[in-house]
Ligand binder design. Structure first.
Ligand SMILES: [Zn+2]
Length: 160
């Protein structure tokens, strides 16, 4: 199976609240909002772009998942994925990486070993593709609640 096979998630009805205007020309900040919408669409209904402007901070945070966004910055390497993993740990958030570029082989290898989910989005095509086994698994089942079933969680993304 090709590593960067594209999935359009066309089985889902509508991508509500998607950015208007020219989605292919997003600013980095707009890209963070775009990714928050992708995450809500995938099931993390509480996902919001953060106010953090420092690099290395989490760009989008929800109740169970957190994302780093790199918009048009070439290849994402292993150090950036490692940094996200570290940043997501204190709050026990599941780390997701989104780029409009690509990932190095070392980044994909590291992400699959440490269970970081990598995605490539194409804002203009309104497409998002999982990269690597962790992301493919998440994309198939959606961004579900990660709280154990016997513990109450008020979030709306419980598996059905
Ligand atoms: Zn939950």
């Amino acid at each position: 199976m090709p590593r960067r096979a594209r999935h359009s998630f066309s089985h889902r009805s509508t991508w509500t609240g998607r950015p208007t205007g020219n989605p292919g020309r997003l600013t980095p900040r707009e890209a963070e909002h775009h990714v928050a919408e992708i995450m809500r669409w995938l099931g993390e209904t509480s996902a919001q772009a953060t106010e953090a402007t420092n690099d290395g901070g989490l760009d989008v945070v929800g109740r169970h998942y957190a994302a780093q966004v790199k918009h048009y910055q070439g290849s994402v390497g292993r150090p950036a994925v490692q940094q996200l993993l570290g940043a997501s740990r204190p709050d026990q958030l599941t780390p997701l990486f989104f780029t409009s570029g690509r990932y190095t082989d070392a980044a994909v290898e590291f992400a699959d070993r440490t269970l970081v989910a990598l995605f490539v989005y194409d804002a203009q095509a309104r497409d998002v593709a999982p990269v690597g086994t962790t992301a493919r698994t998440l994309a198939q089942r959606g961004l579900r609640c990660t709280t154990p079933p016997d513990v109450r969680c008020p979030c709306a993304n419980r598996p059905r």
